[in-house]
Design a protein around this ligand. Structure first.
Ligand SMILES: Nc1ncnc2c1ncn2[C@@H]1O[C@H](COP(=O)(O)OP(=O)(O)O)[C@@H](O)[C@H]1O
Ligand SMILES: [Mg+2]
Length: 255
């Protein structure tokens, strides 16, 4: 492996096909996500975006094609083992511990990683300091330091999403998958979460599904447009904005 891996995609998806019975939800999708970039997937409802996420994250392995992550073929390994490879998916709000504070939630997630790496180290004195520092860094990364003592249940919807992302970060992922992180957010939460996602790419790649077009076009490095299980366009936001096939696909749609 070369010293600088930044020319190598963190995720390489080749010719992924997923069928539900006779219905081809994904008809051979290929995708390349580069480190430290925000790569967005857009497309009308039913385009197959979530199905592609499920194939990438191992929730439903594809019928055909390969998923290569950080140089390793992971097409058929189960979702929970992908975390060890450095792939994270934003958790659902229900995975937060509602009666615990922001800080306690993040500490549990950090401790879980230490525990999975080395039980002996986790028990050591030095680990306590490191865990403490890491918890603080993550709270800063997701802008929740001021709310560290607030219980997860009492956070706004947006702050809960930030906390979920913070917990995903505790696994030190190389890439995080976010499926519609802005859904249902008010204007303030939206602005904060958008900043948060932008900050993430300093540390990892972000694969994002999002309906809010103006956000997608303003924060993405690369955009892949899907319609009915196929890729119809891919490129920088400026190119996507001008693409006539994309305009046609979105004509009359809410996005
Ligand atoms: N478990 C399933 N069984 C049958 N059809 C499914 C299943 N999951 C998704 N589909 C179908 O696959 C297509 C793509 O769905 P999905 O990936 O959720 O699209 P998107 O996330 O782009 O809105 C849709 O037509 C959907 O109805
Ligand atoms: Mg979806």
């Amino acid at each position: 492996m070369p010293e600088t891996k930044n020319d190598y995609p963190v995720l390489l998806v080749e010719n992924i096909g997923v069928s539900f019975g006779d219905f081809h939800a994904l008809a051979g999708i290929s995708l390349k996500v580069m480190p430290n970039t925000i790569h967005s997937l857009i497309g009308p409802n039913g385009a197959g975006k979530t199905t592609l996420f499920n194939a990438i994250s191992g929730i439903r392995p594809p019928n055909t094609g390969t998923v290569i992550f950080d140089g390793a073929a992971i097409t058929r390994i189960p979702a929970h083992r992908r975390v060890k490879h450095g792939m994270a998916r934003s958790f659902q709000v229900t995975n937060l511990y509602p009666a615990l504070s922001v800080k306690e939630n993040i500490r549990l997630a950090v401790q879980a990683r230490y525990l999975s790496e080395s039980w002996v180290f986790w028990r050591s004195h030095r680990s306590r300091r490191e865990i403490h520092d890491e918890v603080r860094t993550i709270m800063q990364d997701v802008s929740l330091e001021e709310k560290q003592h607030v219980n997860a249940a009492d956070l706004s919807h947006g702050a809960q999403r930030s906390l979920e992302i913070g917990m995903a970060l505790a696994g030190r992922p190389k890439m995080v998958c976010l499926d519609e992180p802005l859904a249902g957010m008010g204007i303030d939460d939206l602005r904060t979460t958008k900043e948060l996602i932008l900050n993430l790419k300093r540390k990892m790649a972000v694969l994002l599904i999002e309906h809010n077009m103006s956000v997608v076009l303003s924060i993405s490095d690369r955009v892949t447009v899907m319609v009915q299980g196929k890729k119809i366009a891919e490129g920088e936001p400026e190119m996507i904005r001008r693409d006539s096939a994309v305009r046609t696909a979105y004509l009359g749609s809410q996005a």
